[in-house]
Ligand binder design. Structure first.
Ligand code: MN
Length: 215
């Protein structure tokens, strides 16, 4: 009986600790909605494996370590992106950016959007083709590492924004709809220095239904 009581007393703190650990939210690597080779030849399997399995996985791992014991432990990604800075922002921003990026592609993508999104694009740029041209210009003229975004303001008006490094239009109150990653890791294996060629090819794999649903 004494042995049993000692055993129970010994186990209790461990049980409590296990329950506590379970409440800590961990960020996870987003699952790709296609096979790693499905976007070839626009994006090669090796680029997907490095970009998703190494670069993004590292951001996820970093953020999980960085938020422990901070105000951002258990916060959702969008809150962290809006309110953090330094290394926490860099890693959280890159996770949010890549979650949007990797889930906006499909081997059956391409073409153009429809419905309200197409109407809003035509209202702002005159035509889908004119929008594409301006988006390509934003993507190719961004100096260094960063992102080009199609984003919507509170009234549903669309904007193209250029963001350095881990930047996301969420920081300016805009909702990100479509993002082109122009960090060299996104295209250098497949296109070397030809960023403009990579950007032009990306239109072929955009899953416009997914992008429309974000709008
Ligand atoms: Mn990237």
């Amino acid at each position: 009986m004494i042995n049993l009581l000692i055993t129970i007393a010994f186990l209790l703190p461990n049980n409590q600790q296990t329950a506590q650990n379970k409440t800590i939210m961990k960020f996870e690597l987003v699952k790709l909605p296609y096979a790693a080779n499905a976007l070839e030849p626009v994006i090669s399997q090796i680029t997907i494996e490095l970009h998703h399995g190494k670069h993004l996985a590292t951001y996820v791992n970093n953020l999980n370590n960085l938020v422990v014991g901070t105000e951002f432990e258990n916060a959702d990604l969008e809150t962290i992106v809006k309110k953090s800075d330094g290394a926490v922002f860099n890693n959280a921003g890159q996770i949010l950016n890549h979650n949007l990026y990797f889930t906006q592609f499909s081997p059956n993508g391409g073409g153009k959007p429809s419905g309200e999104l197409l109407a809003a694009i035509e209202k702002t740029w005159g035509s889908f083709e004119a929008f594409q041209k301006e988006f390509e210009t934003a993507s190719t003229t961004l100096f260094g590492s960063g992102w080009a975004w199609l984003a919507a303001d509170k009234d549903g008006n669309l904007h193209i924004t250029k963001e350095q490094n881990a930047g996301n239009p969420l920081r300016n109150g805009y909702k990100p709809i479509l993002g082109f990653d122009v960090w060299e890791h996104a295209y250098y294996v497949d296109y070397q220095n030809r960023r403009a060629d990579h950007v032009k090819e990306l239109w072929k794999i955009i899953d416009w239904k997914t992008v429309e649903n974000r709008y």
